[in-house]
Design a protein. Structure first.
Length: 148
C-alpha cells in the first residue's frame, strides 16, 4: 500500500520524485580498511550525554557517557558541518535554489582544495577550497557523494 501523503490526499503539494533507492533501512559500509577510524559511535549527537550515563555500570567496561563523546571530535563543530551541507542539500533540492549547489560541488578531500584569496577577500580563479569554510578550517574533512 502506498502511504505517501501526496497520493492519499489531493490537496497536498507534490513531493520529491521517486528515486532509485528503496524506502527503508539500507546497510552501508562506511569503513575503509586502509584508513584509521577516528570517531567513536554517535559522537555527533546534538545534545550532551544524559547525566545518569556518567555513572559507572557494573556490567560495562566503560562509562556509558563515552558512547556520546569522543576525546578528539567536538560535537558542536561536527553538527555545524553537518548543518552546513544539509542546508545546502535541502535548499538545492527542496527549494530549487540552484545557487546552493556550489556548496556541494567541492573536491572530495578538503586538503586537496586550494584556498586562494586576494587582499580584498575576493577569491582568485585558482581557489578550490570548500565554499563557506575559512582557510584551513576543513583540513581532514572529506565529503563523499553518490551521483543521483
Amino acid at each position: 500500500m502506498d502511504k505517501r501523503i501526496d497520493t492519499i490526499r489531493s490537496d497536498t503539494p507534490e513531493l520529491a520524485r521517486y528515486g532509485t533507492f528503496v524506502v527503508g533501512v539500507n546497510t552501508v559500509k562506511l569503513t575503509n580498511p586502509q584508513q584509521l577510524g577516528i570517531a567513536n559511535h554517535n559522537v555527533g549527537a546534538p545534545m550532551p550525554a544524559p547525566l545518569e550515563t556518567w555513572t559507572p555500570v557494573a556490567h560495562l567496561n566503560f562509562v556509558p557517557a563515552e558512547h556520546y563523546s569522543d576525546a578528539v571530535w567536538d560535537s558542536v563543530r561536527m553538527n555545524n558541518i553537518a548543518q552546513h551541507f544539509a542546508t545546502a542539500f535541502l535548499g538545492k533540492y527542496l527549494q530549487s535554489d540552484a545557487a546552493l549547489g556550489s556548496y556541494l560541488t567541492v573536491v572530495e578531500n578538503a586538503k586537496d582544495g586550494k584556498f586562494s584569496a586576494a587582499k580584498d577577500g575576493s577569491f582568485k580563479p585558482d581557489h578550490s577550497y570548500w565554499k563557506g569554510f575559512p582557510a584551513r578550517s576543513a583540513v581532514g574533512l572529506r565529503l563523499e557523494q553518490r551521483a543521483p
